[in-house]
Design a protein around this ligand. Structure first.
Ligand code: HAM
Length: 427
């Protein structure tokens, strides 16, 4: 025997999700999958790790996530891999590799790994639901992707969610703007936060993303990309805004919204939940990345998508006091059998095959002990099989929600069980 140890815990910044919370996760996933399907998306499943170059070229060497938060490792074959910190780069890598017909519309559910300082709503493993569309820069797609997210949040009960939107322009107009921003930041560098006083030269756009008061103040008064878009980018952005308006989706222009990855071009957006704390209130975000496929070795291909954090969505729901279930994950039946006979096994299998969620007790426990488990199980009905029922070929059914014991109980023939249960559950 090896030495006893203290029980192991999940790694810092990670969580186990058990019932009943896991039913909410299942519900979110089911609702998202259903909505994605309705919008013409199909599921894509990627590896959880990739060649580190996918993220170096994808999210960008200068991004905070790449510089400070990646889980990078060497495998036994001396290949350098990274756990995916987000979904987009892997999906685009898969697009480049497999060259599906375009437009290619894919949805995914994936864990993402970032070495962050763990706090409420910020974890080292979080989970994202997302979509990506490759092969078109039609502003109608931008609208569709945003409408999908918006409808999803509404569908799961969130009401205090705001859409922030911006355009990052494309290479040419952004390049000219970045030069302007450089000049401005050079003149104001002493007023920037400590991190950006040093770092602004490498990537001045990151300063716009900084949440510290000093940087916010400087950049709010500085040049904004939205005022320096080229005609094409402006026309594209206006078409997106008009499309959103035509669907009745309200948005707020947030000219400092540059998002954390280097791949973004043109439309960028974020959904913030007002019920959550400021620093962790983004429940979803996304945008266009018209150069990413090329960065990963593919042909020039436009793309857009968004990702949404499951944990934050659930925090926002709780903070808004949304209580409704997303999926019925209650047991219909609990079978109590004191005879340990094959009759119970057969009956239970029949009920499950007929579509009823059915559980039972094990280990030949007493009637009282089994009844306790049945009460705790949340099942609507208990089925009792004792020696008398086996003898007469019957089964006793008890409504576990009824206080009135005499009213709550009835006996039926075992052969009638499926139809009787179906009738009772409909009541
Ligand atoms: P992101 O904004 O980094 O974008 O992450 C998307 C969402 O994941 C966030 O809005 C937030 O809800 C959640 N999230 C991010 N980091 C954490 C964390 N450490 N703990 C808990 N939740 C977190 C992306 O990842 C892009 N791939 C989105 C995208 C798709 N852009 C285009 N297509």
């Amino acid at each position: 025997m090896s030495e006893p140890v203290a029980p192991f815990q999940a790694p810092v910044g990670t969580h186990d999700v058990l019932a009943p919370d896991s039913a909410l996760w299942e519900g979110l996933l089911a609702r998202f999958a259903e909505r994605a399907y309705r919008y013409g998306f199909s599921l894509v499943i990627n590896p959880l790790f990739e060649d580190v170059g996918v993220f170096l070229r994808g999210i960008g060497e200068q991004s905070d996530v790449f510089r400070k938060e990646m889980y990078v490792f060497e495998d036994r074959g001396e290949r350098r891999y990274a756990l995916r910190p987000e979904g987009t780069a892997s999906v685009v890598r898969a697009f480049v590799q497999h060259q599906p017909t375009t437009p290619w519309k894919a949805w995914y559910a994936t864990p993402a790994f970032r070495y962050e300082r763990p706090q409420a709503g910020r974890y080292r493993q979080h989970n994202q639901l997302g979509v990506e569309v490759l092969g078109t820069d039609d502003p109608a797609v931008d609208v569709e992707v945003i409408a999908l997210a918006n409808g999803f949040y509404h569908d799961i009960g969130l009401r205090r969610v705001r859409l922030l939107i911006n355009s990052m322009g494309h290479e040419a107009c952004r390049g000219a703007y970045v030069e302007l921003l450089r000049e401005y930041l050079a003149a104001h560098q002493d007023q920037l936060c400590e991190e950006h006083r040093e770092g602004w030269r490498q990537n001045p756009l990151r300063v716009l993303d900084c949440k510290r008061d000093s940087c916010v103040e400087v950049t709010t008064n500085g040049p904004l990309l939205i005022d320096h878009l080229c005609e094409d980018c402006r026309t594209h952005f206006d078409a997106v805004l008009a499309g959103l308006t035509s669907l009745g989706i309200e948005s707020t222009l947030e000219p400092r919204l540059v998002r954390g990855f280097d791949y973004y071009t043109r439309t960028t957006f974020e959904f913030v939940a007002d019920a959550l704390e400021g620093a962790q209130n983004a429940i979803g975000g996304g945008g266009r990345y018209d150069k990413l496929a090329e960065e990963l070795g593919g042909k020039p291909t436009s793309g857009i998508g968004f990702g949404s954090g499951v944990e934050r969505i659930l925090l926002a729901r709780a903070a808004e006091g949304v209580t409704g279930e997303l999926l019925n994950r209650r047991l219909d039946l609990f079978v109590i059998d004191t005879t340990a006979s094959a009759v119970a096994t057969v009956l239970i299998e029949r009920l499950r095959e007929a579509g009823f969620a059915t559980d039972r007790a094990y280990d030949r426990r007493s009637m009282k002990a089994q009844m306790k488990v049945a009460d705790k199980s949340g099942a609507r009905l208990a089925l009792l099989l004792g020696p008398e029922e086996i003898e007469t070929g019957e089964v006793t059914i008890r409504d576990l929600r009824s206080e009135d014991f005499a009213q709550a109980q009835l006996r039926v023939a075992q052969s009638e069980i499926v139809s009787t249960v179906a009738n009772l559950l409909m009541k």
